[in-house]
Every structure is written in structure tokens, then in C-alpha cells.
Design a protein around this ligand. Structure first.
Ligand SMILES: Cc1cc2nc3c(=O)[nH]c(=O)nc-3n(C[C@H](O)[C@H](O)[C@H](O)COP(=O)(O)OP(=O)(O)OC[C@H]3O[C@@H](n4cnc5c(N)ncnc54)[C@H](O)[C@@H]3O)c2cc1C
Length: 435
């Protein structure tokens, strides 16, 4: 290991590795530092790795659309073959239900149309025709399991749905991170694991490197916070949190894995489902399972976590509630006694949109607050961060004159001010994992 680098990236999750890859492509000598033993062992490991195109704002759709092409061209993009194998993108299509809360998906459809993403508008009968195993009655707004109305329809039919044929998931999020690590190393980038950052070094009023828990110091004029749910801790170490209008904190999540209704080949038949009417999202999971996450409906109390190193990793009644909610939509879905799935943390911002930005400490940058929905955007986030770092280091005042990042596949500029730590809360956000 050298003692001097051009850039140190704190974190070796999917986004930390993409930032390193893009910087190393631009000639930077990078070092990723992670306190866990392997790349992608943080929240990336438990990501549902859903690759979907529907977001509430045109910028959200633009970024997801651009990233989609990176995933489709993954091997070409990385230019390496990982001896452990390469990930696969698995297409299933995505069904999104219309609700009052999501304004019958008017904004979403307008954003999809603006970006030229194909979608089909379906009424309840159209949904049943496409996916006969779905119950299309209305159950929402979502309720707690002990509510007397839980599980009782509130209407004969959902208001309809939008089906987006291009959507799916990545076969193995941790392997995808390793794929990028191999690509970074091929370009001379380095990684250290089991190494915890305990302080940010400063010199001449700018970031100058990191100090590890074991006392060793590593110098670099650029330090990037990509610490996932620990991002607020790193921002506090750097002394930059007070200068942020939008902040981050860790939010606990449970994801259930259950068998499908007996006799149904779920892997073959089912789409991804984003269902504001039941308060869940779901997708087929390997082994003919159904994976069920929460869209954090208003009736639920959000489980904010003060210490991301010490939170409840066991399933709670939330697990059963999520499965019972999904059982309203998937006819005959069993609610097993044995709880399987994952428990992990989102790194959430106040408006559930990420922060990709500089900070008030020159040389210290952040790609944080990914709010449960930025796995899919990691390749573009990496490219945008490399662009932002290069421009800001060259003297551009991004806070006053937000940079425009040219998205190469969809040929559109993305206003990076959208992801500023100084933005006003974006009222167009869904204020949920939908983004
Ligand atoms: C349950 C769940 C489901 C999700 N599903 C989806 C989905 O379907 N689609 C989607 O697009 N997104 C999804 N997401 C979000 C997505 O997974 C994250 O946005 C993404 O993985 C974040 O990557 P990262 O590299 O920023 O962070 P992480 O993967 O969390 O990596 C951060 C790393 O920083 C390290 N670190 C922290 N502090 C220190 C320190 N002091 N010193 C050294 N290292 C440190 C950690 O060990 C960790 O490895 C989901 C997230 C969760 C939790």
C-alpha cells in the first residue's frame, strides 16, 4: 500500500466502487477503505437490486434510464472478466399500481414519456388478464395489521396500473461490487478492508487524508464519503454536517422472502410490483421465492437508527405485516411461520433523494443519502461524482452555478444541483423508497 493517493473513497459498496472506477479511468490513484472484510458487504449486500425506470421526477427517470444502459452493457463498461463470474441483469417488467397518494401516477407517466420509456396503462381487468394470479381489488390506503379493516377490500378495483416492460433486477449485488473492484484494480486502484476511518485529516483549510482506528494516516487531497448508512458519522468527523440543508440518517428495513402460492412458477410468471395500495414492493427471488419490501406507508412508524453499528437485526412483526399486505395482492400467497429474508439499513435524506455533492470543506465530497433506491444508479453516480470532483477541483463554483452532467446514452444533461446538499426539500419526491 502506498501512503499517498489522489483520492480516498470511504466505503467499498456499489457506489464507492463506481466512484473509484470512474476516478481511476480519469487517471486518479484511488484507495477505497472499508471497515468490513469485502467489497459490497455493507448495505449493498442486502440490496434488492431492483433496476426500474419509474421515479416521481424527470431527473429521477433520466438517471435510472441512463444507468439501465450501463447494466445492459456491464462487461463492456468494466472491460474486465471477474474470475468469480459476472452478474446478470434479469428482466421481468414492472407493474406499478395507481393510488390517490401517487396521484394516479400522472407525474410518473409524464416523466416516463418525457424520457421515451415505453409503458402500458392498464385498468384492473387489464392487470388480471396479464397477471391472472393478482387480486385487483383495492385495499388501500395501507393499514396496520391490528386495524379491524386490515385485509378487507376498500373498493371493487384498484384505480389501474402502469406496466413498464423494461425493468428487472441484478442477479447478485455483492458480486456486482466485486466485478467493479476487479475493474478498479485493473486500473491501478487499491482497496484496504477491515480498516475503519476514525478521522478526516485537514491541512491548509482543506481535506488532506484519513486517520484509521489503528492510528495510521493516509494522505490524499481528495476524500469522498460513500459510507452508506454511516454517512452522517463521516460527515460529522469532517465537520461538514452543519453546512448541509439536507441531512442523512439510517432507517431500518425488513425484507421478507416467502414461497409463492402453491403451483405457481413465480419466477416465470411474475413482474416486479410497486404497490402503493398495499404499501409493498415485490419481485421474484431466486429459488422461486417472492421477495417483499416495504414502501413505508404513512400508517407505519419509521424505525430510525441512531447507531448503525448497533441495531436490531432480527425480524419483528413488521415482517409478518409486509407478507400479509402482499397476500392481499397475490392470491393464495402463504404467510409462513418461519421468517426468512434480510434486515438492513437505508441511508435516508429528508426528501428521499440522494446527495451527490461537494461539501463546505474543500477536497471533501459525498455520495450519500441513497434512500433505498440508488443501487440501480450506482454507475451513473460514479461517473457524475468523478465529473463533479474534477470540475470543482478545477475551480468551478458548483454551489452557485450547478454543474450539468451530460448523460451519454440518453443524450440529455442532468442538473447536478438536484442532488445538492444545499437544495430545498424537493416537493415532487414521493417521500418514500420510490424516490
Ligand atoms: C434492504 C435494502 C434494499 C434495497 N433495495 C434496493 C433496490 O432494489 N434497488 C435500488 O436501486 N437500491 C436499493 N437499495 C439501496 C442500495 O442498496 C444502496 O443505495 C446502495 O447499496 C448504497 O451503496 P453504497 O456503496 O453507497 O453504500 P454501502 O453498500 O452501505 O457501503 C458503504 C460502506 O462504507 C463502509 N464504512 C462505513 N463507515 C466506515 C468507516 N468509518 N470506515 C471504513 N468504512 C466504512 C461500510 O462498511 C460499507 O461497506 C436497498 C437498500 C437496502 C438496505
Amino acid at each position: 500500500m502506498r501512503k499517498k493517493y489522489d483520492a480516498i473513497i470511504i466505503g467499498a459498496g456499489i457506489i464507492g466502487c463506481c466512484v473509484a472506477f470512474e476516478l481511476s479511468k480519469n487517471g486518479y490513484r484511488t484507495l477505497n477503505v472499508d471497515k468490513l472484510p469485502e467489497a459490497g458487504s455493507g448495505s449493498t449486500a442486502n440490496s434488492c437490486a431492483v433496476i426500474r425506470l419509474h421515479y416521481s421526477t424527470p431527473d429521477g427517470v433520466a438517471m435510472a434510464r441512463e444507468s439501465y444502459f450501463y447494466w445492459l452493457n456491464w462487461e463492456k463498461y468494466l472491460g474486465v472478466k471477474d474470475p468469480r463470474g459476472m452478474i446478470r441483469y434479469i428482466n421481468h417488467g414492472c407493474l406499478v399500481t395507481k393510488t390517490e397518494k401517487n396521484k394516479q401516477l400522472k407525474n410518473v407517466m409524464a416523466s416516463l414519456a418525457e424520457l421515451g420509456v415505453a409503458y402500458e396503462e392498464l385498468d384492473a381487468a387489464g392487470v388480471r388478464q396479464k397477471f391472472p394470479f393478482l387480486d385487483t381489488r383495492q385495499y388501500g390506503p395501507p393499514k396496520l395489521a391490528d386495524d379491524p379493516g386490515f385485509g378487507r377490500p376498500t373498493g371493487d378495483a384498484i384505480a389501474g396500473a402502469v406496466y413498464i416492460p423494461e425493468s428487472g433486477y441484478i442477479s447478485d449485488p455483492m458480486l456486482s461490487t466485486h466485478n467493479i473492484q476487479v475493474a478498479v484494480e485493473a486500473r491501478g486502484g487499491e482497496f484496504i478492508f477491515n480498516a475503519e476511518v476514525a478521522d478526516i485529516l485537514r491541512k491548509d483549510h482543506r481535506a488532506a487524508g484519513i486517520k484509521l482506528k489503528n492510528g495510521s494516516r493516509i494522505d490524499a487531497p481528495i476524500v469522498v464519503n460513500v459510507a452508506g448508512p454511516h454517512s452522517f458519522i463521516i460527515n460529522r468527523l469532517a465537520g461538514v454536517e452543519a453546512g448541509m440543508k439536507i441531512k442523512t440518517r439510517a432507517l431500518r428495513q425488513e425484507v421478507a422472502h416467502v414461497p409463492p402460492p402453491p403451483g405457481l412458477d413465480y419466477q416465470a410468471a411474475a413482474p416486479l410490483i410497486s404497490d402503493g395500495d398495499t404499501g409493498c414492493y415485490s419481485r421474484p427471488e431466486a429459488g422461486n421465492h417472492v421477495l417483499i419490501g416495504s414502501e413505508d406507508p404513512d400508517c407505519d412508524t419509521l424505525d430510525w437508527v441512531d447507531d448503525p453499528d448497533n441495531f436490531n437485526r432480527n425480524f419483528t412483526e413488521q415482517w409478518r405485516t409486509q407478507v400479509m399486505r402482499e397476500a392481499q395482492r397475490i392470491t393464495g400467497l402463504p404467510v409462513p411461520n418461519r421468517m426468512q429474508g434480510v434486515v438492513d439499513l437505508y441511508d435516508c435524506t429528508d426528501d428521499w433523494l440522494p446527495i451527490y455533492d461537494r461539501s463546505d470543506l474543500p477536497g471533501f465530497y459525498m455520495a450519500v443519502g441513497t434512500s433505498g433506491n440508488q443501487y440501480k444508479n450506482a454507475p451513473v453516480a460514479g461517473a457524475m461524482m468523478a465529473f463533479l470532483i474534477e470540475q470543482v477541483e478545477a475551480g468551478h463554483n458548483h454551489d452557485q452555478d450547478p454543474l450539468q452532467y451530460p448523460l451519454k446514452y440518453i443524450k440529455r444533461n442532468l442538473n447536478l444541483g438536484t442532488f445538492s446538499r444545499l437544495r430545498e426539500i424537493n416537493p415532487d419526491s414521493s417521500f418514500s423508497v420510490v424516490g
